[in-house]
Design a protein around this ligand. Structure first.
Ligand code: KIV
Length: 283
Protein backbone atom coordinates (compact mmCIF):
# COMPACT_ATOMS: atom_id res chain seq x y z
CA UNK A 1 0.00 0.00 0.00
CA UNK A 2 2.84 2.39 0.80
CA UNK A 3 3.02 5.21 3.31
CA UNK A 4 0.85 8.31 3.48
CA UNK A 5 1.59 10.86 0.73
CA UNK A 6 2.78 14.28 1.84
CA UNK A 7 2.94 17.63 0.06
CA UNK A 8 6.66 17.12 -0.80
CA UNK A 9 5.70 13.72 -2.33
CA UNK A 10 3.00 15.39 -4.46
CA UNK A 11 5.36 18.17 -5.55
CA UNK A 12 8.07 15.61 -6.40
CA UNK A 13 5.63 13.76 -8.68
CA UNK A 14 4.80 17.00 -10.50
CA UNK A 15 8.50 17.84 -10.73
CA UNK A 16 9.08 14.44 -12.38
CA UNK A 17 6.29 15.17 -14.87
CA UNK A 18 3.83 12.70 -13.30
CA UNK A 19 0.31 14.20 -13.33
CA UNK A 20 -1.55 14.03 -10.00
CA UNK A 21 -4.88 12.20 -9.71
CA UNK A 22 -7.58 13.65 -7.48
CA UNK A 23 -11.14 12.49 -6.86
CA UNK A 24 -13.90 13.52 -4.48
CA UNK A 25 -15.13 11.08 -1.85
CA UNK A 26 -17.37 11.30 1.19
CA UNK A 27 -17.58 7.85 2.80
CA UNK A 28 -15.38 5.12 4.30
CA UNK A 29 -15.99 2.16 1.94
CA UNK A 30 -15.55 4.22 -1.24
CA UNK A 31 -12.44 5.88 0.21
CA UNK A 32 -10.91 2.44 0.95
CA UNK A 33 -11.37 1.45 -2.69
CA UNK A 34 -10.07 4.79 -4.00
CA UNK A 35 -7.03 4.57 -1.69
CA UNK A 36 -6.27 1.00 -2.76
CA UNK A 37 -6.56 2.03 -6.43
CA UNK A 38 -3.67 4.48 -5.94
CA UNK A 39 -5.40 7.87 -6.30
CA UNK A 40 -3.05 10.61 -5.02
CA UNK A 41 -5.51 13.11 -3.54
CA UNK A 42 -8.99 12.59 -2.11
CA UNK A 43 -11.13 15.70 -1.74
CA UNK A 44 -14.01 15.58 0.69
CA UNK A 45 -15.87 18.17 -1.35
CA UNK A 46 -18.89 20.20 -0.34
CA UNK A 47 -20.31 18.68 -3.56
CA UNK A 48 -21.50 16.02 -1.09
CA UNK A 49 -24.54 18.30 -0.61
CA UNK A 50 -25.53 17.59 -4.23
CA UNK A 51 -24.13 14.12 -5.00
CA UNK A 52 -25.06 12.39 -1.75
CA UNK A 53 -27.55 14.56 0.12
CA UNK A 54 -29.68 15.52 -2.89
CA UNK A 55 -29.60 19.32 -2.55
CA UNK A 56 -29.63 21.42 -5.74
CA UNK A 57 -26.48 23.38 -4.72
CA UNK A 58 -23.45 22.99 -2.43
CA UNK A 59 -24.58 25.79 -0.11
CA UNK A 60 -26.43 23.66 2.49
CA UNK A 61 -23.22 21.80 3.45
CA UNK A 62 -22.21 22.83 6.99
CA UNK A 63 -19.00 22.40 9.00
CA UNK A 64 -20.64 19.76 11.21
CA UNK A 65 -21.71 17.73 8.17
CA UNK A 66 -18.33 18.10 6.47
CA UNK A 67 -16.47 16.93 9.58
CA UNK A 68 -18.46 13.69 9.66
CA UNK A 69 -17.77 12.93 5.98
CA UNK A 70 -14.12 14.04 6.21
CA UNK A 71 -13.32 11.92 9.25
CA UNK A 72 -14.81 8.82 7.56
CA UNK A 73 -12.60 9.41 4.51
CA UNK A 74 -9.51 10.16 6.63
CA UNK A 75 -9.93 6.90 8.55
CA UNK A 76 -10.04 5.00 5.25
CA UNK A 77 -7.06 6.55 3.48
CA UNK A 78 -3.74 4.95 4.40
CA UNK A 79 -1.87 6.41 1.40
CA UNK A 80 -3.91 9.13 -0.32
CA UNK A 81 -3.57 12.78 0.71
CA UNK A 82 -6.95 13.90 2.10
CA UNK A 83 -8.33 17.44 1.72
CA UNK A 84 -11.34 18.85 3.56
CA UNK A 85 -13.41 21.36 1.60
CA UNK A 86 -14.39 24.46 3.59
CA UNK A 87 -18.17 24.82 3.22
CA UNK A 88 -20.14 27.98 2.49
CA UNK A 89 -19.72 30.67 5.18
CA UNK A 90 -17.08 28.72 7.11
CA UNK A 91 -14.29 31.11 6.00
CA UNK A 92 -16.00 34.22 4.61
CA UNK A 93 -17.25 35.82 7.85
CA UNK A 94 -13.94 36.52 9.59
CA UNK A 95 -10.32 35.43 9.44
CA UNK A 96 -10.41 34.01 12.95
CA UNK A 97 -13.47 31.89 12.08
CA UNK A 98 -11.73 30.70 8.92
CA UNK A 99 -8.67 29.62 10.91
CA UNK A 100 -10.81 27.95 13.60
CA UNK A 101 -12.83 25.99 11.02
CA UNK A 102 -9.72 24.95 9.08
CA UNK A 103 -8.25 23.79 12.39
CA UNK A 104 -11.39 21.73 13.11
CA UNK A 105 -10.89 19.89 9.81
CA UNK A 106 -7.32 19.03 10.83
CA UNK A 107 -7.93 18.18 14.50
CA UNK A 108 -11.42 16.62 14.41
CA UNK A 109 -11.48 15.03 10.96
CA UNK A 110 -7.78 14.23 10.57
CA UNK A 111 -7.42 15.65 7.05
CA UNK A 112 -4.03 16.61 5.58
CA UNK A 113 -5.07 20.00 4.15
CA UNK A 114 -8.10 22.17 3.43
CA UNK A 115 -9.45 23.75 0.24
CA UNK A 116 -11.40 26.96 -0.11
CA UNK A 117 -12.91 28.86 -3.02
CA UNK A 118 -11.80 32.30 -4.20
CA UNK A 119 -8.77 34.42 -4.95
CA UNK A 120 -7.91 37.95 -3.87
CA UNK A 121 -11.33 38.22 -2.16
CA UNK A 122 -10.33 35.57 0.41
CA UNK A 123 -6.59 36.20 0.47
CA UNK A 124 -6.43 37.27 4.14
CA UNK A 125 -8.24 34.10 5.22
CA UNK A 126 -5.78 32.03 3.14
CA UNK A 127 -2.83 33.86 4.68
CA UNK A 128 -4.18 33.34 8.20
CA UNK A 129 -4.81 29.61 7.70
CA UNK A 130 -1.38 29.07 6.13
CA UNK A 131 0.22 31.04 8.98
CA UNK A 132 -1.53 28.67 11.42
CA UNK A 133 0.40 25.82 9.78
CA UNK A 134 -2.51 24.39 7.80
CA UNK A 135 -1.87 23.55 4.14
CA UNK A 136 -4.35 25.22 1.78
CA UNK A 137 -5.43 24.30 -1.76
CA UNK A 138 -6.93 27.27 -3.65
CA UNK A 139 -9.93 26.96 -5.99
CA UNK A 140 -10.50 29.34 -8.93
CA UNK A 141 -12.66 29.49 -12.05
CA UNK A 142 -16.14 28.20 -11.46
CA UNK A 143 -16.51 28.48 -7.71
CA UNK A 144 -19.86 26.80 -7.00
CA UNK A 145 -20.42 28.60 -3.68
CA UNK A 146 -20.66 31.87 -5.69
CA UNK A 147 -22.64 30.39 -8.61
CA UNK A 148 -25.44 32.89 -8.07
CA UNK A 149 -23.07 35.88 -8.17
CA UNK A 150 -21.10 34.65 -11.21
CA UNK A 151 -24.17 33.82 -13.28
CA UNK A 152 -24.48 30.06 -12.83
CA UNK A 153 -22.40 26.96 -13.39
CA UNK A 154 -20.49 28.09 -16.45
CA UNK A 155 -16.98 28.33 -17.85
CA UNK A 156 -14.97 31.22 -16.33
CA UNK A 157 -12.15 33.22 -17.96
CA UNK A 158 -13.46 33.30 -21.51
CA UNK A 159 -12.64 36.98 -22.05
CA UNK A 160 -9.14 38.47 -21.90
CA UNK A 161 -10.08 40.50 -18.81
CA UNK A 162 -11.63 37.61 -16.87
CA UNK A 163 -8.65 35.41 -17.80
CA UNK A 164 -6.31 38.16 -16.49
CA UNK A 165 -8.34 38.27 -13.27
CA UNK A 166 -7.90 34.50 -12.89
CA UNK A 167 -4.14 34.76 -13.41
CA UNK A 168 -3.87 37.59 -10.85
CA UNK A 169 -5.97 35.60 -8.37
CA UNK A 170 -3.75 32.55 -8.92
CA UNK A 171 -0.55 34.57 -8.38
CA UNK A 172 -2.03 36.14 -5.23
CA UNK A 173 -2.96 32.69 -3.86
CA UNK A 174 0.53 31.41 -4.59
CA UNK A 175 2.04 34.42 -2.84
CA UNK A 176 -0.25 33.79 0.17
CA UNK A 177 1.18 30.28 0.48
CA UNK A 178 -1.23 27.76 -1.10
CA UNK A 179 0.42 24.47 -2.06
CA UNK A 180 -1.78 23.92 -5.15
CA UNK A 181 -4.72 25.48 -6.99
CA UNK A 182 -7.80 23.71 -8.35
CA UNK A 183 -8.96 25.28 -11.64
CA UNK A 184 -12.60 24.52 -12.37
CA UNK A 185 -14.11 25.12 -15.82
CA UNK A 186 -11.39 27.41 -17.14
CA UNK A 187 -10.63 27.32 -20.90
CA UNK A 188 -7.77 24.89 -21.51
CA UNK A 189 -5.42 27.49 -23.02
CA UNK A 190 -5.97 29.91 -20.13
CA UNK A 191 -5.37 27.12 -17.59
CA UNK A 192 -2.16 26.15 -19.44
CA UNK A 193 -0.79 29.71 -19.19
CA UNK A 194 -1.74 29.97 -15.49
CA UNK A 195 0.01 26.62 -14.87
CA UNK A 196 3.11 27.88 -16.69
CA UNK A 197 3.20 31.08 -14.61
CA UNK A 198 2.86 29.36 -11.21
CA UNK A 199 5.42 27.45 -9.18
CA UNK A 200 2.70 25.49 -7.36
CA UNK A 201 0.78 22.71 -9.15
CA UNK A 202 -2.63 23.28 -10.74
CA UNK A 203 -5.33 20.62 -10.68
CA UNK A 204 -7.88 20.70 -13.47
CA UNK A 205 -11.55 19.89 -13.25
CA UNK A 206 -12.80 20.72 -16.72
CA UNK A 207 -9.76 22.94 -17.40
CA UNK A 208 -7.88 20.94 -20.01
CA UNK A 209 -4.93 18.62 -20.21
CA UNK A 210 -2.06 21.01 -19.43
CA UNK A 211 -2.58 21.28 -15.68
CA UNK A 212 -0.35 19.44 -13.20
CA UNK A 213 -3.14 17.09 -12.14
CA UNK A 214 -6.74 16.10 -12.85
CA UNK A 215 -9.83 15.82 -10.70
CA UNK A 216 -13.28 14.37 -11.10
CA UNK A 217 -16.36 14.08 -8.92
CA UNK A 218 -16.45 10.40 -7.82
CA UNK A 219 -20.17 9.99 -8.50
CA UNK A 220 -19.74 11.35 -12.06
CA UNK A 221 -16.74 9.07 -12.73
CA UNK A 222 -18.53 5.90 -11.60
CA UNK A 223 -21.97 6.64 -13.06
CA UNK A 224 -23.73 7.16 -9.73
CA UNK A 225 -24.98 10.74 -10.23
CA UNK A 226 -27.66 10.53 -12.85
CA UNK A 227 -29.29 13.98 -12.55
CA UNK A 228 -26.82 15.31 -15.16
CA UNK A 229 -23.31 14.58 -16.44
CA UNK A 230 -21.06 17.59 -16.93
CA UNK A 231 -19.27 17.76 -20.30
CA UNK A 232 -15.82 17.40 -18.70
CA UNK A 233 -16.76 14.27 -16.74
CA UNK A 234 -15.73 10.86 -18.02
CA UNK A 235 -17.49 7.73 -16.79
CA UNK A 236 -15.20 4.82 -15.89
CA UNK A 237 -18.04 2.57 -14.68
CA UNK A 238 -21.82 2.34 -14.72
CA UNK A 239 -22.26 1.68 -11.02
CA UNK A 240 -25.78 3.18 -10.98
CA UNK A 241 -26.94 0.66 -13.59
CA UNK A 242 -25.20 -2.21 -11.76
CA UNK A 243 -26.86 -1.28 -8.44
CA UNK A 244 -30.29 -0.86 -10.06
CA UNK A 245 -30.01 -4.30 -11.63
CA UNK A 246 -28.80 -5.82 -8.30
CA UNK A 247 -31.75 -4.31 -6.40
CA UNK A 248 -34.23 -5.45 -9.06
CA UNK A 249 -32.89 -9.02 -8.67
CA UNK A 250 -33.17 -8.70 -4.87
CA UNK A 251 -36.84 -7.70 -5.17
CA UNK A 252 -37.53 -10.49 -7.69
CA UNK A 253 -35.85 -13.17 -5.53
CA UNK A 254 -37.85 -12.14 -2.46
CA UNK A 255 -41.03 -12.34 -4.52
CA UNK A 256 -40.25 -15.76 -5.99
CA UNK A 257 -38.81 -17.24 -2.75
CA UNK A 258 -35.25 -17.72 -4.02
CA UNK A 259 -33.98 -15.46 -1.24
CA UNK A 260 -33.31 -16.26 1.55
CA UNK A 261 -32.13 -19.81 0.80
CA UNK A 262 -30.99 -22.44 3.33
CA UNK A 263 -27.44 -21.06 3.34
CA UNK A 264 -28.70 -17.63 4.50
CA UNK A 265 -30.44 -19.07 7.62
CA UNK A 266 -29.15 -20.14 11.05
CA UNK A 267 -29.69 -23.47 12.88
CA UNK A 268 -30.79 -24.51 16.40
CA UNK A 269 -29.99 -27.98 17.83
CA UNK A 270 -32.74 -30.61 17.66
CA UNK A 271 -33.01 -30.80 21.50
CA UNK A 272 -33.18 -27.02 22.05
CA UNK A 273 -35.79 -26.79 19.35
CA UNK A 274 -37.82 -29.68 20.87
CA UNK A 275 -37.94 -27.81 24.22
CA UNK A 276 -38.84 -24.52 22.57
CA UNK A 277 -41.59 -26.19 20.49
CA UNK A 278 -43.04 -27.88 23.57
CA UNK A 279 -43.18 -24.50 25.31
CA UNK A 280 -44.70 -22.76 22.30
CA UNK A 281 -47.42 -25.39 21.97
CA UNK A 282 -48.62 -24.65 25.53
CA UNK A 283 -48.97 -20.92 24.88
O1 KIV B 1 -16.80 20.25 -3.76
C1 KIV B 1 -16.18 19.70 -4.68
O2 KIV B 1 -16.32 18.50 -4.92
C2 KIV B 1 -15.32 20.52 -5.51
C3 KIV B 1 -15.10 20.02 -6.91
C4 KIV B 1 -15.11 21.11 -7.88
C5 KIV B 1 -13.88 19.20 -7.03
O3 KIV B 1 -14.84 21.52 -5.09
Amino acid sequence: MGRKLTIPDLLAKVEKGEPLSMITCYDYPSARIIDQAGVDIVLVGDSVAMTVLGYPTTLPATMDMMLIFASAVSRACERAFVIGDMPYMSYQVSISEAIRNAGRFMAEAGVDAIKLEGGRNVIEAVRGIVKAGIPVMGHLGLTPQSASAIGGYKVQGRTAQTAINLLEDALALEEAGVFAILLELVPARVAAVITEKLHVPTISIGSGAQCSGHCQIFHDAIGMFEAFTPRHAKRYAEVGAILREAMARFVAEIKDGTYPGPKHSFKITREEFRQFRAYAEKR
